[in-house]
Design a protein around this ligand. Sequence first.
Ligand SMILES: [Zn+2]
Length: 323
Amino acid sequence: MPQVGFIYHNKFLLHETGHSHPENKHRLESLLNYVRGTNFSQRLEWIEANVIDESLLRLNHTEGYIDYVRNTCISSPSSLLDDGDTRVCDRSYDVAVSAVGAAVQGLKLVVSGEYGRVFVASRPPGHHALPNHAMGFCLFNNVAIAAKYALEHLGLERIMILDWDVHHGNGTQDSFYDDPRVMFCSIHQFPFYPGTGSSVEKGVGEGENFTLNIPLKAGAEMEKYRDAMQNFVIPTASAFEPQLLIISAGFDAHYQDPLSNAGLRDEDFAELTRLSLSIAERHCDGKVLSVLEGGYHEEGLAKSVAQHLTALTEDKVPEAVAK
Ligand SMILES: [Zn+2]
């Protein structure tokens, strides 16, 4: 059985966004309570997030933006960043730095071979965050920073980022739009927030054809996701041959999610995970880093993450799935 790390810290609850905000601490509390009560939680290695390194932010964000976020958080107990839906408190900057650190911590554990698969249960999420702009509840782009760390400090040359959050990962796309070292693949509801992610967005310059957007109409169920994986994402991985798979794991394509109109059931996230694992098994020596993004129905999120983790703790990806 592959060793699966589960990275978490209670500090992630200290990013207060207010009672009515969909991205709130109850998401993580619900997820943790549910996962701790399951049988397979014994098969997870619980790892405390312990990397706090502000210099990591500079891998993907401008100095001016980092200062803006830090100063805004420190100066006010409750503020909105940039476009108005990213609420922060006086602790949010520290928490966001820890969330970035947790992604890099998970990355190192996977790349070193210490763990085959790692899931990072952190908040705030990151995939909408641009180098100089907060968006969509995201302060800093956890996944983009982890990928840049892998390229610049760990010697990796080809990384696939698979983003199946229901919203397009515009921030991550932006970070690697001209970079052929990162194949960014996103499956998302379209047209939808944040407005980007049409199939004609394929990258520019040397990065042309290293971005793959698979927009799905509202109401998409597992059949559409399976089709997207088998006919587009998996063949793209075969051509690209990534050394590492990073999943931007959003669970807001769940049918109960209040912020989307997709139709995935709990168990569909296990199948989506197995399909993703088939890429890692074939090309990446099994190495997978999965980082929590969205998911706003507390029970739906908890059960969907449990399905994701169940699949991560399984031994072998069935051949039928891997085809
Ligand atoms: Zn989302």
